[in-house]
Write a protein that binds this ligand. Structure first.
Ligand code: FES
Ligand code: FE
Length: 416
């Protein structure tokens, strides 16, 4: 990137006002967008997929990060691998489809053939001196956190992923994502900047006014609330339920306490197991489980929802019967892919143990409502009349932490 865009970026980053939303160019400018792809998505661990998308050796998917296409595959030893989707001969894309099953990766152009560890194993007409060992696929760093697949495109990935994996493993492991299957996956392309998508996810200020389905099971007090005499009783009741639930779940071997590192680490994340309202079991229209086969060794359906939020691009809800995961990928300054994946136990039978429409109803409705909120924000921000507005100190703390993290990471990767 040339000096001029860096100067423009540094000026924007410098002008950032704590407690206020970001300035318009952060959501509109091509220069900022290119910097986001290069410096945020290109330098940090990003959530890419869940292992149930690759149940067997030979299964692969591709994910697009800006102009880069990445192959994520399960090799013959059952390990998850990630490569740039670019042939080492003359650069053709290897896999044009988004998912498939292969024995080896064969380039469609001149049939250079790579195994699923990325080694070049077969070429023709390249002469006896040609060294296949020097032409393996370019690897991408990959880590699985109990079945959540993170990739990093940087040469030197942030080392604090180890700590996130260590802290999060006991929380996620009981849900046994690796023993699940994908029951449904939905892609939405939202006409909004990826940061508006993330900021919208980091608050529930908008939930009561916009998400009638989601708020059937979510307690409104679980995500920040301004105390007042009229809600004092309700808030106290929620605090009591939270404390009692955490005690019960911890005794069952389910870690539940909040861990909050959203803007204090390079690989920022937050987690907490939160009680659910009504039946207390799952994010469905009745708050009862959507799948009869509970995950792993879980026997009590009423274990609330373990939420896990990661910077820069994901959030997940782990319940007793299913797991719902969200990945956010930037497409353009005003276009973002939001991919939602619902997983249930591998041996759950569709139509017998679960019904896809019931399983997906709450989040399909919520995603559609959020899409509209993001798109209306994008229109307003682009109108010329927008100026950064104040965050609520009670309900938008995590939005500010997202902005803090983003600004901090951009500063770290933008030359002075
Ligand atoms: Fe892949 Fe030639 S570009 S084999
Ligand atoms: Fe929402």
């Amino acid at each position: 990137m040339s000096t001029a865009p860096n100067a423009m970026l540094n000026e924007l980053l410098e002008r950032r006002r704590p407690g206020y939303s970001l300035e318009a160019p952060f959501y509109l400018s091509d220069t900022v967008f290119q910097a986001d792809v290069e410096r945020v998505f290109g330098q940090h661990w990003i959530f890419a997929a869940v292992e149930p998308q690759l149940p067997e050796p030979g299964d692969y998917i591709t994910v697009e990060v800006g102009r880069k296409s990445i192959i994520i595959a399960r090799d013959d030893d059952g390990e998850v691998q990630a490569f740039h989707n670019v042939c080492r001969h003359r650069g053709s894309r290897l896999c044009a489809s988004h998912k498939g099953v292969v024995g080896n990766l064969v380039c469609p152009y001149h049939q250079w053939t790579y195994d699923l560890k990325g080694a070049l194993i077969h070429v023709e007409h390249m002469g006896t001196e040609f060294d296949k060992g020097k032409h393996g696929l370019k690897k991408v760093h990959v880590r699985s956190l109990e079945g959540l697949i993170f990739i990093c495109l940087a040469d030197e990935p942030p080392a604090d992923i180890d700590d996130m994996v260590a802290q999060m493993t006991p929380y996620i492991a009981p849900h046994r994502l690796k023993d699940c299957k994908v029951a449904a996956q939905v892609d939405i392309i939202e006409k909004g900047n990826w940061k508006l998508v993330m900021e919208n996810n980091r608050e529930c200020y908008h939930c009561v006014g916009n998400h009638p389905e989601l708020t059937l099971s979510l307690y409104e007090y679980g995500f920040g609330y301004q105390p007042s005499p009229s809600n004092a009783e309700g808030m106290q009741r929620f605090r009591d339920i939270l404390a009692e639930s955490h005690k019960r779940w911890e005794a069952m071997g389910l870690p539940s306490a909040e861990i909050e590192t959203l803007d204090t680490r390079v690989t920022g994340f937050r987690t907490q197991r939160l009680p659910l309202d009504r039946a207390g079991q799952s994010q469905t229209m009745t708050a009862e489980v959507a799948s009869k086969k509970l995950l792993g060794d879980i026997t009590d359906p009423a274990i609330g929802g373990l939420s896990f939020w990661t910077q820069p691009n994901s959030w997940h809800h782990f319940m007793s019967d299913h797991i719902v995961s969200f990945s956010v990928m930037p497409i353009g300054p005003d276009q973002t892919l939001v991919r939602t994946t619902w997983c249930v136990r591998k041996d759950a039978v569709e139509g017998v143990d679960y019904d896809v429409a019931n399983l997906t109803k709450v989040w399909n409705a919520t995603n559609e409502q959020d899409r509209r909120l993001v798109e209306e924000s994008q229109i307003g921000v682009a109108s010329g009349a927008y100026e950064p507005g104040p965050y609520s100190p009670y309900t938008e703390e995590l939005v500010e932490k997202f902005a803090n993290w983003y600004v901090g990471r951009m500063r770290a990767h933008t030359p002075a």
